[in-house]
Design a protein around this ligand. Structure first.
Ligand code: HEC
Length: 760
């Protein structure tokens, strides 16, 4: 069954791009850029000589703290590479460094320990002060370090893959800010894991910030089939996350002075065939018309992710209604963590009226841990902050945010004069109140549901307390419940959402899937029909419902029509991996393994992670004795979805056939845990254990199987056979007799009993 995706409307709200001024250009330091810099916060001072000089003391400070932006073509408005550059601006530099206006860095020290802190040390500020006050002496130019070189090549070397926006578009010389979403389809036919990516807009001077969203189902492109190549305007995107719970996990946030995003070890991003990268850019007209295009460079790594972080949001947009003149408008939000997490990064976000932004956590013991504090918010300097060391928060900790807004005329950032009432929204003159956290669930107990589903559930319940009719939250909450097999709860929430829009095909389909999960397949069938009706003359809107309906018919009714059903669906949804996989399963049922394998391969070409296709293909391969291929495909299937008992059983078979009995046993035990009511994994386990000579364990497993299906004459006979081998003759005799009571003409049991009696 497929449960249509967690709606990605949240993706769109995620890390929205906001206004900022100032020109920027992507220019990168070459590896030797920092040649000559000193370590540590303070520069060396030489008490032997009279005072600090540019050549000896100041150049290293500027090269370390200023020139990444202040070089020709950089984000800063002028260069600070040479003595003359710096001397000309001496007094201004003194002012902006004493006030900490430069370098731009918002978080208060001591309230979150961040990596890549861009704050000047007190020693460096003091050095600048003494140098400016001493008349800015140059000193001996021959001892000055070589200035760093900045060039416009890829910062991390040549990317493994470069994506280029299909078409450029023109940004007018003037007017308001422009938000554009450039769609860059991922063109490869296989999955890759991305350890780093770099964004290169063609006219970086007019791009203030950018971020990348991953559209797993290319939904944005299909919503705009004719014009997507020109880029889609707007900030708010609704994307369909597909059928897999695959929440946004990384801050893909671009700033002019840090264009390359390197993901931590073990946490690469996954890109599958059919994914799109959406480059969400915020442009500020510069006074002359510009042609905008962009490239994204991707750097691959071989291994799949080992850790699965998730982005989590606190927000109080619903409470934003700031009267004009109010200089102390406060909103708060809090969220209790249902699991242990490591907090990896934080992204506070407000627009121009935000002034004081606080984020912290209270642990269950009542201890306060600061996550971030920004005392003088400035949207132009917004950034994602990564912690130097992850901040551990045990389950039960409460995350808090408190944002204070200033809508008075005294706020120099206030975009409107005189001030007006301001509410939440996506325009720069609207406000926002978001605190995003990147969290990594840790200490997850074995056999518990995906901890991200629990986080999603807690997050959505929190949103619904504030906005009871928020459809995205209702949908996502229901999907998170269904993902934990809490079908009854999911049903209730989907019903609630349908009260708001009874004709929503996606929700109807998801409700059907939840009903099917709960075993109410007739009700499920009715909901799938409702979904197909609701989709009306948009046939692709009913792909999921038709697919689920065919599968349901295949399982519960006449299977004969299933093949033609799936073929009919391919007409409306030709690129649908699941439909190919479903057709493959039907053909496989009908015994047409060659055609079945071909359909599974087609499904995998469209979606290398399609679990049903991996499972179906692997089973065919195991049947044909292609054990290595079977192990590869079935192994991938259970890694992607550890909840399919059938996949574990098939994998066990392939392992057993290739003589790897330890692995086979391990897979069978997993299958037995997943199907506590199913005797089959236990009896197969028993056979395997018996084959390896572990007779006592084999007997235990067969007994476990018979506890679940006591009327299985074969099972009693098999138990007897193992008992004979273990020398437990009396028990064996009793069990053969038991088999014969259940099935008086059980030939094997009769023969076994006769043989036993003959031995005596
Ligand atoms: C992350 C990029 C960045 C870094 C690092 C940076 N600056 Fe700037 N700087 C800017 C930008 C952008 C502006 C112009 C817009 C603004 O004022 O924010 C600017 C403006 C200035 C100004 C003019 C201020 C005014 O009032 O017009 C001075 C002086 C300055 N920077 C000095 C420095 C010094 C000194 C350092 C290092 C100690 C530094 N900057 C580090 C980006 C940077």
């Amino acid at each position: 069954m497929r449960i249509p995706g967690i709606a990605a409307a949240l993706t769109a709200v995620a890390v929205p791009l906001c206004l900022a001024s100032g020109a920027s250009r992507v220019v990168h330091a070459s590896p030797d850029a920092h040649a000559g810099q000193t370590d540590g916060g303070a520069s060396p001072t030489h008490p032997a000589t009279a005072g600090p000089t540019w050549s000896r003391d100041l150049a290293p400070v500027f090269y370390r703290n200023c020139t990444t932006c202040h070089h020709p073509g950089g984000a800063g408005p002028f260069s600070l590479l040479d003595y003359d550059d710096a001397k000309r601006r001496g007094p201004q530099i003194l002012t902006v460094t004493q006030s900490r206006y430069m370098p731009p860095w918002l978080p208060e020290p001591g309230y979150g320990d961040f990596a890549d802190v861009r704050r000047l040390s007190d020693a460096d500020r003091d050095l600048i002060k003494r140098w400016v006050n001493a008349g800015m002496p140059q000193g001996d130019p021959s001892i000055a370090p070589a200035p760093p070189r900045y060039d416009a090549t890829w910062q991390l070397g040549k990317p493994d893959l470069i994506l280029t926006a299909a078409r450029s578009f023109s940004l007018p010389a003037g007017g308001t800010d422009v938000f554009r979403n450039l769609i860059l389809p991922y063109p490869l036919n296989e999955t890759h894991y991305i350890r780093a990516l770099e964004i290169r807009p063609s006219a970086p001077r007019v791009v203030h910030h950018a971020n990348i969203l991953i559209d797993r189902t290319a939904s944005l492109r299909s919503q705009h089939p004719n014009d997507w190549r020109n880029g889609i305007p707007g900030m708010e995107l609704l994307m369909d996350a597909g059928n897999r719970f695959d929440p946004d996990s990384h801050f893909l946030f671009w700033k002019p002075d840090t264009p390359a995003l390197v993901e931590p070890d073990g946490m690469p991003l996954r890109l599958d065939p059919g994914n799109d990268l959406v480059l969400n850019i915020h442009l500020k007209p510069s006074g002359k018309p510009e042609t905008i295009s962009a490239q994204i460079g991707l750097y691959f790594t071989s291994g799949p992710p080992k850790h699965f972080p998730m982005l989590l949001q606190l927000d109080r947009d619903d409470a934003l209604d700031i009267p004009p003149g109010d200089n102390h408008f406060v909103v708060e939000d809090s969220l209790t963590l249902p699991v242990d997490v490591d907090v990896l990064g934080v992204y506070p976000h407000a627009h121009y009226l935000g002034r004081d932004l606080e984020g912290w956590a209270i642990t269950p013991e009542g201890k306060k841990k600061w996550l971030v504090w920004i005392r003088n918010w400035d949207i132009d300097r917004q950034s994602v902050y990564h912690y130097r060391e992850p901040v551990f928060l045990p389950r039960g900790s409460v995350l808090h945010m408190r944002y204070t807004y200033d809508n008075s005329a005294a706020n120099v950032h206030n975009p409107v004069s005189p001030p007006v009432r301001v509410r939440a929204g996506n325009r720069s003159t609207d406000e926002m109140s978001h605190l995003w956290l990147q969290v990594l669930p840790v200490n997850t107990p074995p056999h518990s549901p995906d901890p991200r589903l629990l986080l999603e559930e807690a997050w959505m319940r929190n949103r619904l307390r504030k906005m009871p009719n928020d459809r995205v939250s209702l949908y996502n909450l229901a999907a998170a419940l269904a993902g934990q097999n809490k079908f009854a709860g999911a049903e209730t929430v989907y019903e609630q959402e349908l009260k708001l829009d009874p004709k929503d095909a996606r929700t109807l389909t998801a409700l059907g899937a939840a009903l099917e999960g709960a075993g109410q397949w007739q009700d499920a069938e009715a909901r799938y029909h409702d979904a197909i009706d609701a989709a009306g003359n948009d046939p692709s809107g009913a792909c999921d419902a038709r697919f689920d309906l065919s599968n349901l018919e295949l399982r519960h009714q006449d299977a004969k029509d299933a093949e033609s059903d799936f073929r009919a669906q391919l007409a409306a949804c030709p690129e649908d991996a699941e439909v190919h996989a479903g057709l493959g399963a039907t053909l496989s049922n009908e015994g047409d393994t060659n055609s079945a394998a071909a359909e599974f391969l087609r499904a995998l070409a469209l979606d290398a992670q399609n679990v049903s296709a991996l499972e179906g293909l692997g089973a065919i391969e195991a049947d044909g004795g292609q054990n290595d291929e079977a192990i590869r495909h079935l192994g991938a299937a259970v890694r992607l979805d550890a909840s399919s008992a059938n996949a574990h059983e098939q994998l066990a078979r392939a392992y057993a056939q290739s003589g790897q009995s330890e692995n086979a046993l391990a897979e069978l035990r997993k299958a037995a845990l997943l199907k506590p009511d199913d005797p089959l994994p236990h009896s197969v386990l028993s056979q395997l254990l018996a084959a390896t000579g572990a007779l006592d364990q084999a007997i235990d497993e067969q007994r476990a199987a018979l506890r679940l299906s006591g009327n299985d004459a074969d099972g009693w006979n098999n138990l007897g056979v193992i008992e004979v081998r273990a020398g437990r003759i009396d028990a064996a005799r009793a069990d053969f007799e038991h088999a014969l009571r259940l099935a008086p003409d059980h030939a094997q049991a009769r023969a076994n009993l006769a043989r036993l009696n003959a031995r005596q």
